[in-house]
Design a binder for this molecule. Structure first.
Ligand code: GDP
Length: 290
């Protein structure tokens, strides 16, 4: 998956620990430097890398291993724990009636993820409905209505109406009897004033349980700035990182989550409606280091 190369470099850094004659300051410094290099290459932002590696270094140098654990295992555990700590807990997503607003740039995977989420809730026994408020990208309406038809999910849209706010207002009224209402909003190639205003106006229509930011794993260093702008506009409750099955580096998206103090709700791991997983920080790091 996307973070394979980060995983491989982290594993080789930790291998040094396993091979070292004894775990002293020199070995720890070298391992920490390797971890830094691996993360920077994976597009994790430098501030985050420094914070993480600083914590690992300090704990590895000052904390004594608990009884029965050798110092190698101890340092490994510190690295693991600090990586999990940086990623944070998954966004809680309750299996109960709720409204969800999806935001993100064009091409991030918002529309695909909207359908995936509808499927997710349907499989949990809740009745979902999807509202298409993407009046900007040609084809968004057809794409989403066809995906929903395939999944047997109720779809609300107004093909010829360009007023996204009005569509959402009508859509929320029309789908009132459904358990989970998911609004797919329009993206742009960049965050423009028009888009920000539209998002704010839509967000004001309902007390949305979640406002999910959809981020492409390939986004790189500009991820944090983008996430901050979306967060300022509508208050992000969680991030969905898509295309984690691809070959991108992934570190930019992870940095954005940490920088905006949000958390990851789901990850996208494929183009089909099944390609969505609840985010599990422990499993994620185990997979990375495993
Ligand atoms: P939108 O403009 O944000 O609505 O983006 P779309 O939902 O149309 O997705 C853009 C492209 O990304 C499409 O070709 C999707 O099939 C693809 N895509 C979305 N999520 C994933 C994912 O998790 N994995 C892969 N491999 N492709 C994805």
């Amino acid at each position: 998956m996307v973070l394979d190369s980060l995983g491989a470099s982290l594993k080789s850094a930790l291998q040094k620990l396993a091979n070292a004659g004894k775990v002293d300051k020199e070995v720890i410094d070298e391992v920490v430097k390797d971890i830094q290099r691996a993360m920077i290459q994976a597009d994790v932002n430098v501030k985050l890398v420094m914070r993480l590696s600083g914590r690992i270094r300090e704990r590895a140098l000052t904390e004594a291993p608990p009884p029965g654990m050798d110092s190698r295992e101890h340092v490994l555990r510190i690295v693991y724990a600090e990586l999990v700590n940086i990623i944070g807990k998954a966004t809680p997503v309750a299996l109960e009636p709720q409204t969800i607003m999806m935001v993100g740039l064009q091409g991030s995977g918002k529309t695909t993820t909207t359908a995936k989420l509808a499927r997710y809730f349907a499989r949990k026994g809740l009745k979902p409905a999807v509202i298409c408020a993407d009046t900007y990208r040609p084809g968004a309406y057809d794409q989403l209505s066809q995906l929903c038809a395939k999944l047997g999910v109720t779809f609300y849209g107004e093909r010829d109406n360009k007023d996204a706010v009005a569509i959402v207002r009508n859509g929320l009224r029309e789908t009132a009897k459904y358990d989970v209402r998911i609004v797919d909003t329009a993206g742009r190639h960049a965050l423009e004033t028009g888009l920000i205003k539209e998002m704010k106006d839509i967000a004001a229509l309902a007390n949305f349980t979640h406002r999910f930011l959809v981020l492409d794993a390939a986004i790189g260093q500009q991820a944090s700035e983008q996430a901050k702008a979306f967060n300022d506009a509508v208050g992000i409750t969680g991030v969905i990182i898509t295309k984690l099955d691809g070959t991108a580096k992934g570190g930019g998206a992870l940095s954005a989550v940490s920088d905006t103090n949000t958390s990851i709700a789901f990850i996208g791991v494929g183009e089909t409606p099944e390609g969505l997983e609840r985010f599990d920080p422990d499993g994620f790091i185990s997979r990375l280091l495993g």
